[in-house]
Design a protein around this ligand. Structure first.
Ligand SMILES: CC(C)(COP(=O)(O)OP(=O)(O)OC[C@H]1O[C@@H](n2cnc3c(N)ncnc32)[C@H](O)[C@@H]1OP(=O)(O)O)[C@@H](O)C(=O)NCCC(=O)NCCS
Length: 176
């Protein structure tokens, strides 16, 4: 990683530096909640940093995608990735619960770097089965996730327009 950038796991003794990604809820989660989530095994947060700055953060937790959260056409496509004997009504996933890039460093492809890190980690270095990445994407971030290969779980849902976040998924099996 360039410029001595590194991704480290947030521990209880990690000293958080100031951070602003432009979203108050995400900023607040990082500064005030992320360590408690880790302490209760609810989510693990990772920090992208260099010597001087906290560049970005993201948190992940176990998840699943299920037929109930999808529409029929999308679920048919999802199932097609698996042999018939492995057709199920849900599949294991990892959820990107939070993701924020420092305002001063947005559009430098740090978000993409993080998504690629998650993709790589959960395909090559994961200790449990995990076939998908999920995210409840904030409206403004949908194009970012689409550029990173994510799809809407319910593309035809008229409710998508009125919701604050929209469920999206990435199929890790395409990387095999
Ligand atoms: C959304 C966010 C994580 C993207 O991170 P980033 O490092 O700025 O994005 P990247 O530079 O990796 O962008 C990758 C691609 O997505 C595009 N992109 C990024 N954000 C976009 C947006 N809001 N709308 C349209 N395209 C976007 C970039 O132009 C780039 O396209 P390219 O490959 O053609 O150059 C970041 O802007 C952010 O932290 N936003 C505030 C918090 C937020 O919305 N988090 C998401 C929570 S679900």
């Amino acid at each position: 990683m360039q410029n001595n950038r590194r991704i480290v796991r947030l521990t209880q003794d990690y000293v958080l530096r100031p951070f602003d990604c432009g979203n108050a809820d995400l900023n607040d989660f990082l500064q005030n909640d992320a360590k408690a989530y880790a302490a209760h095994l609810l989510a693990v947060t990772y920090i992208l940093e260099d010597e001087t700055e906290l560049l970005a953060f993201f948190s992940v937790s176990n998840d699943r995608i299920s037929i109930n959260e999808s529409d029929k056409a999308t679920w048919r496509k999802i199932k097609q990735e698996f042999p018939h004997s492995k057709h199920r009504s849900d599949y294991p996933a990892v959820k990107i619960g939070r993701l924020g890039v420092n305002l001063a460093h947005q559009n430098e492809h740090l978000g993409r770097l993080i998504i690629n890190f998650v993709k790589d980690t959960f395909v090559t270095n994961n200790r449990t089965g995990c076939a998908f990445i999920t995210v409840d994407a904030l409206k403004d971030a949908i194009p970012f996730y689409q550029k990173n290969g994510f799809k809407l779980l319910k593309p035809s849902d008229p409710d998508n327009l009125g919701k604050e976040t929209v469920p999206m998924y990435y199929d890790l099996t395409q990387l095999l």
